[in-house]
Design a protein around this ligand. Structure first.
Ligand SMILES: [Zn+2]
Length: 81
């Protein structure tokens, strides 16, 4: 079984503070943005469904990374814009 996205969409512009971008199973993207590895101001957000980090203030990259990757693994929303 293929794990490739169902459809390919144009990658959105990369924000200046982009740390990691995961492609989702729906063909959208989850962006991890923030100051860097050891900052607690990093956040993730999904271009497909609009979901994002649950912590308002953000978190360290080692906490955000697995959450963002897990979301990308399960999110089937396609980008609408
Ligand atoms: Zn999503």
């Amino acid at each position: 079984m293929s794990t490739a996205p169902l459809a390919a969409f144009t990658e959105p512009d990369r924000p200046k503070d982009l740390l990691i971008r995961f492609i989702t199973v729906g063909g959208s993207y989850v962006d991890v943005t923030g100051p860097g590895e050891h900052s607690d101001k990093n956040r993730w957000s999904c271009h497909g469904c609009g979901d994002s980090s649950q912590l308002i203030q953000g978190d360290f990259l080692f906490c955000i990374r697995p959450d963002a990757n897990t979301h990308a693994t399960t999110c089937r929303a396609i980008p609408l814009k």
